[in-house]
Design a protein around this ligand. Structure first.
Ligand code: ZN
Length: 90
């Protein structure tokens, strides 16, 4: 059994408005809506955090490459230069 929070009258579970005072009894619905809103917001926050972490992971994964690629390029370039010098010197 439910009772009106305003006047205390007995209310059926499917009743949305108190028949005596007209008090809005949709609090359960509003609570569920709030819960739904929270559950809707949480995945978004989680997604944004996941995206941030992914971006950070990508940045941390890219930074070594950005350092290794020029070094490897220089090594190959200097190797070619050395080869050319050795060949030209005979
Ligand atoms: Zn009432």
């Amino acid at each position: 059994m439910h009772y009106c929070q305003n006047c205390g009258a007995e209310i059926e579970s499917n009743q949305k408005v108190c028949s005596l005072c007209g008090y809005n009894l949709g609090k359960k619905e509003s609570d569920s809506d709030e819960d739904a809103g929270i559950t809707e917001i949480d995945p978004k926050i989680l997604r944004s955090e996941m995206l941030k972490q992914l971006k950070k992971a990508r940045a941390s994964a890219f930074s070594p490459w950005m350092a290794i690629v020029p070094i490897a390029f220089f090594i190959v370039f200097f190797g070619f230069v050395l080869l050319i010098i050795l060949i030209t010197r005979g």
